[in-house]
Design a protein around this ligand. Structure first.
Ligand code: ZN
Length: 409
C-alpha cells in the first residue's frame, strides 16, 4: 500500500519545517551548519529523534557519522542517506534533502508492507562540505581510510580550534578517528539522493523531476598564500609596497581568463583572506582558495598549473612570495555501472553527470554506489537560492523507496 499523496505531502512539509529554523545564518542568509557547532549538533539530535520515532537503531560510528538501522547492523546492508552540514550561507536542500528523503523512503516502504531481506541503514556523513575544517567528505574519507586520522585531528577551523578539540567539546573522542574496514565491508550498496546543483537535468529532459547520476568529474581545492610586507595604507608610497592583495586579485582574474583555454573546466576563487585584514592596512599576506573541476586528473593538473604559473608571475611583479598547497583532490568517479543499470531499470529516468563532490563519490572505489538527483529549478546551489519543489521531492522519495525495495527484495 502506498501513502496517500496528501499525507506524504504534509509529512514532508512538516519535517522540512522542523529543520527550517536550525542554523540560519543571519549575516550571509541561508544556513551555516558546521561540524560540531550548535546548529550541526541540533541537527544530529533531530536525526536521532526522527530515527528513534521510527524504531530505528541509532549509532554514531568512530568517525562521527550517524547511522539509523532498520534491521540489525550487519553484512549485506543497503545504505542510503547524505549529510546535514552546509557550506557557509548555504541552501536548505544540499544534504538534508537526502536525509529527509531517506527517512521518508523507510516510511513509504513500511506503508507498502515491504519486508527487507537485508538490513537498511540511513547515514548522515560528517562534515561533507568541509565548511569548518576545509576537508570535504571528512566522515566518509576517514571511514574509507583515504584521509590520515592524525592529519585530520590537527586540522584547524578559522578560529584556530583543532578538530580534535572541537570533537572533545561535544563529547566525541578524536582518538577513535580512523579507518573502519569492518563497517565498510558490511555495506552491499550505497544510494545517495541529492538536490541537483546545476541545470543539467532541465537541459536533458525538461519534464523529468529526477535523474540517476553516472559520474562526478574530477575536483580539488588549492590554497595560495601570497606573502608581502604589511604596512601603513597612508604613508607607504606605491614604489615601496609589496602588497599581496595585488597578485591575489590578478590570480582571480587569471583563473577566469584561463578557463577559456580549458574545455569543460570550471574554477572558482570563493574565499580570500587578507592578514591582518584592516581597511587602513596593506596586508602582509593573503590566502586564497582555488576550487577547480575538470573531467580527468591530467586536464585538472594542466589548468591548475597554468593558474599557478600566472600567480607566480604576478607575485614576482609585486615582490611577494607564493606558496601553493593542494588541500584536496578527487579524480573522476564513475558510479557502479551495474547498480546504475539496476536503478535505471526500476526508475526509467534520465542519467546525468555532476561537477559536485559527494560522499557517494568517496565511497565509489570501495563499494557499489549510486546517486539520485532531484531537479533544482533555480540551478543554484551553495546559496540560499537553492531550491527543490515539494512535488519533485516526493517523486524522489518514491523513487528511493522503489530502489531500496528492489535492492532488499
Ligand atoms: Zn551535498
Amino acid at each position: 500500500m502506498k501513502i496517500a499523496a496528501g499525507s506524504q505531502n504534509s509529512r514532508f512539509t512538516s519535517t522540512w519545517s522542523d529543520l527550517a529554523a536550525i542554523g540560519r545564518d543571519q549575516t550571509r542568509g541561508g544556513y551555516s551548519r558546521h561540524l560540531f557547532d550548535d546548529a550541526e549538533m541540533a541537527l544530529r539530535s533531530w536525526f536521532v529523534e526522527q530515527a528513534q520515532r521510527r524504531g530505528l537503531e541509532v549509532e554514531t560510528d568512530r568517525n562521527s557519522n550517524v547511522w539509523a538501522w532498520w534491521g540489525s547492523p550487519g553484512p549485506g546492508a543497503v545504505v542510503t542517506g547524505s549529510h546535514l552540514d552546509s557550506v557557509p550561507g548555504g541552501g536548505a536542500f544540499d544534504g538534508p534533502l537526502g536525509v529527509v528523503s531517506s527517512l521518508m523512503a523507510v516510511d513509504e516502504l513500511r506503508l507498502r508492507g515491504h519486508v527487507p531481506t537485508k538490513p537498511i541503514a540511513v547515514v548522515c556523513f560528517a562534515e561533507e562540505e568541509g565548511g569548518r575544517f576545509g576537508l570535504p567528505c571528512l566522515g566518509s574519507r576517514l571511514m574509507a581510510g583515504i584521509s590520515d586520522a592524525d592529519h585530520v585531528r590537527r586540522l584547524r577551523d578559522p578560529n584556530g580550534i583543532s578538530l580534535a578539540d572541537a570533537a572533545r567539546r561535544v563529547g566525541i573522542d578524536p582518538a577513535e578517528f580512523g579507518p573502519d574496514p569492518v563497517r565498510l565491508a558490511m555495506i552491499d550498496s550505497f544510494v545517495e539522493l541529492h538536490v541537483e546543483q546545476g541545470r543539467l537535468l532541465q537541459q536533458v529532459d525538461p519534464q523529468a523531476a529526477i535523474a540517476v547520476g553516472s559520474q562526478i568529474v574530477a575536483h580539488g581545492r588549492w590554497r595560495f598564500t601570497f606573502t608581502g610586507t604589511g604596512n601603513h595604507a597612508g604613508t607607504t608610497v606605491p614604489a615601496d609596497r609589496k602588497d599581496p592583495m595585488l597578485p591575489a586579485a590578478a590570480t582571480v582574474l587569471a583563473t577566469r581568463r584561463l578557463l577559456a583555454e580549458h574545455a569543460g573546466a570550471v574554477a572558482t576563487v570563493g574565499r580570500l583572506v587578507p592578514v591582518p585584514g584592516g581597511s587602513n592596512v596593506i596586508a602582509s599576506s593573503v590566502d586564497l582558495w582555488l576550487d577547480a573541476r575538470v573531467p580527468g586528473a591530467a586536464a585538472t593538473a594542466a589548468l591548475v598549473d597554468a593558474i599557478v604559473a600566472a600567480a607566480r608571475i604576478e607575485a614576482e611583479l609585486e615582490g611577494c612570495s607564493l606558496v601553493v598547497r593542494r588541500e584536496s583532490f578527487s579524480d573522476d568517479v564513475i558510479f557502479d555501472p551495474a547498480l546504475g543499470l539496476e536503478l535505471n531499470g526500476v526508475l526509467k529516468v534520465p542519467t546525468i553527470t555532476t561537477g559536485a563532490g559527494h560522499d557517494a563519490g568517496v565511497l565509489a572505489p570501495f563499494l557499489p554506489t549510486a546517486m539520485l538527483f532531484v531537479r533544482n529549478p533555480t540551478g543554484i546551489s551553495h546559496s540560499p537560492a537553492e531550491h527543490a519543489e515539494t512535488a519533485d521531492a516526493l517523486v524522489g522519495i518514491d523513487a528511493l523507496a522503489d530502489v531500496l525495495a528492489k535492492l532488499t527484495r
